[in-house]
Design a protein. Structure first.
Length: 292
C-alpha cells in the first residue's frame, strides 16, 4: 500500500493534467483487478489484513497514519501528565470503509499503554458516491462493494486479522443518526473521514463537537489544501466533485472537505500532510503541534 502511494505521489508531481491522471488510474484498476483478487484471497488464507485494489480497499493515505499515531501518543502523555491516566480512552471515527484507520487508532492506543481503550466506528457501509459527478472506476468499485456488503465483511476480517477486534465497536448507519446515541463529552478523540460533501462534513463536525471531552481532539482526513491557499470561487464551483486539481498549484484536493472545515472553523487549522486536528478546551478550539 505504501509502495503504491509512492508511485502515485511520483506521478502526481509530474503530470499536471488531472484527466490524464484519472485515465491512468482507470487503466491501472482495470488491469490489476485480477491480481488484486489473488492478493485478497492470499491475505484471507494467511489471516492478514488486506488493503489493495480489490474492492478499492486501500482507502486512506498511509503517509498520514504517522500523524494519527502521534496524536494518540501525545494525548495519552498529556493525560498522564495531568494525573488522569487510568480510565478508558475512547476514539470515534466517522467513516471507516475497510478498516485501515481503525487499525491505526487501535494499535496506537495499545502501544501507548492506555490501560483501557475503545475505538468506535460509524459508517453506513452503503453506496454513497454520486457517480454522475465522479467518473473514476475506483468510485464505481467502491459503490458496488459497499452496496453488496463486501466492504463491511472485509472490515470485520481486517480487524480480526489485525488482532484489534475485541477493542473495537461498529455502528452501521448514517452518522447523523448514530451520533445521537452517544452522550455529550463521551470521546477523547473524534476523527472525521466520511462523506466528503461539504454539507456532510459540516454536519459531522457540528455533531462530533457535542460528543468531545474538554481537552479532547477533533481531527480528520483529506485536507490537502486550505481555503486561504485556493481561489474560493473555484472551490465552491466544484463543491460536488470528490477530488479535483487546483489549477494554480497543480495539487489534488477534496473541495467538500476544504469548504466544510473552513465554514466550521472560519480559519486555517493545524494540518499535517492532509491530516488536520484541533484541541477543544470546552469553549473553543486551538491548534495542535505534533512532532515533525
Amino acid at each position: 500500500m505504501v509502495t503504491l502511494y509512492h508511485v502515485k505521489k511520483f506521478l502526481m508531481n509530474r503530470i499536471r493534467d488531472f484527466r490524464i491522471l484519472a485515465f491512468m488510474e482507470n487503466v491501472y484498476y482495470l488491469t490489476i483487478l485480477p491480481f488484486g483478487w489473488m492478493a485478497y484471497c492470499y491475505s484471507r488464507l494467511v489471516n492478514q489484513p488486506y488493503f489493495g485494489v480489490w474492492m478499492a480497499s486501500a482507502q486512506g493515505n498511509p503517509f498520514r497514519y504517522r500523524h494519527m499515531r502521534d496524536t494518540v501518543f501525545s494525548y495519552v502523555r498529556e493525560l498522564a501528565g495531568r494525573g488522569e491516566f487510568g480510565g478508558l480512552v475512547t476514539v470515534m471515527e466517522i467513516g471507516s470503509y475497510a478498516g485501515g484507520s481503525t487499525i491505526q487508532w487501535a494499535t496506537a492506543l495499545h502501544e501507548s499503554e492506555a490501560p483501557d481503550y475503545r475505538v468506535y466506528s460509524v459508517d453506513p457501509w452503503d453506496a454513497y458516491i454520486d457517480e454522475s459527478q465522479n467518473l473514476r472506476v475506483a468510485y464505481r468499485i467502491m459503490n458496488r462493494n459497499l452496496a453488496n456488503g463486501n466492504v463491511l465483511r472485509l472490515f470485520v476480517q481486517n480487524l480480526t486479522a489485525a488482532g484489534v477486534a475485541n477493542n473495537c465497536r461498529q455502528f452501521r448507519g448514517r452518522s447523523e443518526e448514530i451520533l445521537s446515541m452517544f452522550k455529550p463529552g463521551q470521546f477523547d478523540i473524534i476523527y472525521i473521514d466520511g462523506d466528503h460533501a461539504s454539507e456532510a462534513v459540516q454536519q459531522d463536525l457540528n455533531n462530533a463537537m457535542l460528543l468531545l471531552k474538554a481537552g479532547g481532539i477533533l481531527c480528520g482526513d483529506d485536507l490537502e489544501l486550505q481555503m486561504d491557499m485556493l481561489d474560493k470561487s473555484f472551490v465552491y464551483e466544484n463543491a460536488k466533485s470528490d477530488f479535483i486539481m487546483d489549477p494554480r498549484s497543480n495539487v489534488l484536493f477534496h473541495p467538500g472537505v476544504v469548504i466544510g472545515v473552513y465554514e466550521f472553523f472560519g480559519r486555517r487549522v493545524s494540518n499535517y500532510n492532509g491530516f488536520w486536528l484541533q484541541k477543544w478546551d470546552g469553549r473553543e478550539f486551538h491548534d495542535v503541534e505534533l512532532p515533525n
